[in-house]
Design a protein around this ligand. Structure first.
Ligand SMILES: Nc1ncnc2c1ncn2[C@@H]1O[C@H](COP(=O)(O)OP(=O)(O)O)[C@@H](O)[C@H]1O
Ligand SMILES: [Mg+2]
Length: 322
């Protein structure tokens, strides 16, 4: 991770509350040299004059842009999205590895151009995944064919790949809706099979820190809380709650709060456990703000819950089932 990761934790051991968040890649940005410099040299007849590259494919280790074949994000599309068919995607490193997905840093550029950086969230398929998200969240989500339903239930490789694809699509759909509604989430560039390509939240060179890594002062805390309330109301306007809200799933980009990690977004009214997911989301994040010293934290939590339940048209948030 970029240097700000370390600077906010210097001198005090980091207490991890969610074990699924612990990963060595949290503490050290894992970059690796561009693969095109390390691959074997192709035989001379496959080369043309362009710096020794294979005429038929992208530079070794890179891939052609997945743009053409992928499902694309909502319009109006931001001007920075690279849509050229001749663009190449280059892997620059890992932002985070997790149980269900790995997030990679990818550059997409036309040859000779600087291009743009994106976050590529790749859901694990087959043997590489764990399934703690797959139970309650899937309540009420329909999958058309029963063969697929059975495969998911029996956790065959086919079923696991389907689930990975479903999570990718669920996250992409949620991000598309929320981005179009002006909720602060990364722009979802595209989804292809198990990979979601996202706007890189950060300064263009590196990813923004998670809220959990920051120690905001009182004024900053109050401002971030206000932004959080606004964002959660934006979700509630669509009948939704995050479903896994924590200070790890909020990024802070130069003071701007951005909500990430939404594959399990919960339909509060449609899902029988919806109200308790809402209660858990609010409790967990309010606790974080209270522990950091948000003035009037208890009243702020109550006010937020009241606003959210009113927006959602439910009478109470349900018992938090942590
Ligand atoms: N769009 C993004 N911009 C910058 N960093 C991101 C982005 N999406 C994810 N990340 C980084 O990757 C980490 C993991 O992403 P997340 O969506 O939370 O997946 P997970 O399911 O592994 O928790 C985040 O905590 C954040 O550091
Ligand atoms: Mg996360």
């Amino acid at each position: 991770m970029p240097s700000h990761d370390r600077s906010f934790t210097r001198g005090r051991p980091r207490r991890r509350r969610f074990d699924d968040e612990h990963d060595p890649a949290d503490d050290a940005y894992v970059s690796r040299s561009r693969r095109r410099t390390t691959g074997p040299t192709p035989p001379p007849r496959e080369l043309d004059g362009r710096a020794g590259e294979d005429v038929d494919g992208p530079p070794e280790g890179d891939r052609w842009s997945t743009w053409d074949a992928a499902d694309k994000g909502p319009e109006p599309r931001p001007g920075w999205v690279v849509t050229a068919t001749g663009a190449v995607d280059t892997e620059l490193g890992v932002l985070k590895t997790g149980k269900e997905a790995d997030v990679h840093l990818v550059r997409r550029a036309e040859p000779g151009e600087t291009g743009i950086l994106m976050a590529a969230k790749r859901y694990r398929s087959s043997e590489h995944r764990m399934f703690h998200r797959d139970a309650g969240y899937l309540q009420g989500r329909r999958v058309r064919r029963s063969r697929e339903t059975r495969a998911m239930a029996s956790r065959t490789d086919f079923g696991r790949d389907l689930l990975a694809g479903q999570w990718a699509r669920a996250e992409f759909a949620a991000l598309s809706t929320l981005w179009a509604a002006g909720v602060p989430v990364p722009y979802p560039v595209s989804v292809d099979e198990t990979e979601v390509l996202l706007e890189l939240v950060g300064d263009g060179d590196s990813a923004a820190p998670r809220l959990a890594q920051l120690r905001p002062d009182t004024a900053e805390l109050a401002d971030l809380w206000a932004q959080l309330c606004e964002a959660l109301l934006g979700l509630a306007r669509h009948g939704l709650t995050h479903g896994d809200l924590s200070a790890f799933n909020l990024l802070v980009d130069d003071g701007r709060l951005v909500v990430i990690d939404l594959p399990q977004v919960v339909d509060v009214v449609g899902n029988p456990f919806g109200p308790s997911y809402l209660g858990r989301d609010v409790d967990r994040i309010a606790e974080w703000f209270a522990a950091r010293g948000l003035p009037g934290a208890t009243a702020a939590r109550e006010a937020l819950l009241a606003d959210l339940t009113a927006e959602l048209g439910i009478t109470h948030p349900g018992t938090s089932h942590r």
